[in-house]
Design a protein around this ligand. Structure first.
Ligand SMILES: CCCCCCCCCC/C=C/CC(=O)SCCNC(=O)CCNC(=O)[C@H](O)C(C)(C)COP(=O)(O)OP(=O)(O)OC[C@H]1O[C@@H](n2cnc3c(N)ncnc32)[C@H](O)[C@@H]1OP(=O)(O)O
Length: 263
């Protein structure tokens, strides 16, 4: 992977007071520990500055996020793996449980953890193209954690979520729109951001405390479930990493990604 040029995230506030959080870890914004830490710090900053809303997007021209960095799971240092997992849990709790308005401008592929980040926002606009979005964990021989599944069940009907999760379904933009995994499609990133802003403006006349408490109450179930089971969830993740069969599957998957990239 190329050496990192520039900061891993960019957080800017536009003239309307909307925070734009841009992931910037070329080539595919795979979520390693350092990127997750930076996303977490940015979410803290948005909350601290009482910014009314945030749009999550990517600096890549074709990938929103490739999900978790597989290299964090392949033959890992277990101490680092534990910090990696708890940081991912923290990011999800901060984003899914945020009181400010959130929207994702999905300007490219969003598999697995990339799909999770976008589903944790309240509104999704995806750029048209040959991009796909979904939770593909079972195709890798791994099981999406309960809170990934909960987030999907919070986004699309449970029957569709079960079918998508068990079959590792990756949705095209049109399919995602049909099932409600995304709310709108857009012609390009600028259009996606405009559409996210239009969604955010819908709340101009809604009292912000009532909106925030309503959001947090409707999201309370999945949040409490993870908060109560955090240690067990982390232990399961570490146990999974210690399983030789899982390591073998990850090795094969990494090889297949590298072969595809070399073509
Ligand atoms: C009861 C049991 C309980 C178990 C509890 C444990 C649960 C554990 C759950 C773990 C959860 C995991 C969720 C995840 O997010 S796993 C990650 C899944 N992600 C993917 O499968 C995406 C893989 N990537 C792609 O499909 C494509 O890269 C792309 C995103 C569609 C982009 O395609 P594009 O053609 O633009 O780019 P390339 O494929 O050529 O890739 C460029 C280089 O980037 C490397 N790469 C890609 N994805 C990743 C990744 N996720 N991690 C690390 N590296 C990645 C790729 O190898 C290329 O590298 P190279 O240039 O060095 O060859």
């Amino acid at each position: 992977m190329a050496a990192q040029a520039g900061p891993l995230v960019d957080l800017s506030i536009d003239n309307d007071g909307i925070a734009i959080l841009t992931m910037n870890r070329p080539p595919v914004n795979s979520l390693n520990l350092e990127l997750l830490e930076e996303i977490g710090k940015s979410l803290d900053e948005v909350a601290k500055n009482k910014t009314k809303s945030m749009i999550l997007t990517s600096s890549s021209p074709s990938v929103f996020s490739a999900g978790l960095d597989i290299m964090e799971m392949y033959k890992p240092d277990l101490k680092r793996a534990e910090i990696f997992w708890t940081t991912l849990q923290d990011v999800w709790i901060k984003l899914f449980g945020s009181s400010y308005i959130t929207a994702a401008a999905i300007n490219g592929h969003a598999p697995a953890g990339g799909c999770l980040l976008s589903m944790s926002c309240e509104y999704r606009v995806m750029v048209e193209g040959k991009y796909t979005i979904g939770l593909n964990e079972t195709a890798l021989g791994i099981v999406a954690p309960t809170w990934f599944m909960d987030t999907m069940c919070h986004t699309i009907p449970i029957r569709q979520a079960e079918y998508a999760l068990t079959t590792a379904r990756m949705f095209t933009v049109d399919e995602a729109l049909q099932v409600g995994l995304i709310d709108e499609s857009a012609s390009d990133k600028a259009d996606a951001i405009d559409k996210c802003k239009k969604f955010i403006r819908k709340f101009d006349k809604i009292p912000s405390l009532a909106r925030a408490v309503t959001k947090q109450k409707i999201r309370e179930g999945p949040l409490v479930r993870l908060q109560k089971n955090r240690q067990q969830d982390t232990a399961e993740f570490l146990g999974f990493l210690k399983n030789p069969k899982i390591q073998q599957s990850l090795e094969m998957y990494i090889q297949s990604l590298k072969q595809k990239a070399a073509k």
